[in-house]
Design a protein around this ligand. Structure first.
Ligand code: PAN
Ligand code: ZN
Length: 194
């Protein structure tokens, strides 16, 4: 097993500010890629008419596949809001529903929105430097930047987790996280409203 892992995957150094791993390719999501995710559709359309900024970038590291192996992603989510809703990731279930994930906050101030697949129970959990968020299996998860600097984090998950974006694209999350009196607050997501 050890012999089959490249030295570049055994030891990885990353930039805490850039959230890049050397020259490795990364996925970039712009505002236009997030159509349907934000509650305030009028604010979304107005923002997109003005510009199409990068909202987040993720570098995925996949050293090995198979039972017991791990993959991880280094993410950077930029600060901003659409209406009173913070910049956010698409969010997903894992295709293999029992797969859990550990998020490690590295820099900035954020929150994770967690929703149970069966009960639709929602939780807002802080994500910041020196903290770990546990995402159980069968739980949709989305990251939001609730601060005014980039949020940098690692997400570590089983190699067979897979990403199911379809369920979120269909139904979105039941709740969202908005700024209320200067603080992040959980609110029922009503389509078309801020
Ligand atoms: C993370 C996410 C990352 C980007 O690495 O993939 O935060 O969010 P979306 O994948 O929802 O666009 C993770 O949860 N991996 O499983
Ligand atoms: Zn995940």
């Amino acid at each position: 097993m050890l012999n089959s892992i490249s030295p570049e995957d055994l030891f990885v150094a990353f930039g805490l500010d850039s959230a890049r791993i050397g020259e490795r390719p990364f996925v970039q999501r712009r505002l236009s890629d997030l159509r349907g995710c934000f509650a305030d559709t009028a604010a979304y359309d107005a923002a997109l008419a003005a510009e199409d900024p990068v909202l987040y970038e993720v570098t995925a590291v996949e050293p090995a596949n198979g039972d017991g192996q791990l993959h991880y992603g280094l993410g950077i989510l930029y600060p901003g809001k659409i209406g009173d809703e913070y910049f956010l990731t698409k969010g997903h279930y894992h295709s293999h529903r029992p797969a859990a994930e550990v998020y490690v906050g590295l820099k900035g101030e954020g929150a994770m929105l967690l929703e149970d697949e069966h009960s639709s129970e929602s939780r807002m959990v802080p994500l910041r430097a020196n903290s770990v968020v546990y995402v159980p299996g069968h739980t949709a998860h989305r990251t939001l930047n609730t601060g005014d600097t980039p949020l940098v984090y690692l997400g570590i998950y089983p190699s067979n987790a897979g990403h199911d974006y379809g369920a979120i694209a269909d139904k979105n999350f039941r709740m969202t996280i908005v700024e209320q009196n200067g603080q992040p607050a959980l609110r029922e997501r009503v389509e078309g409203r801020g």
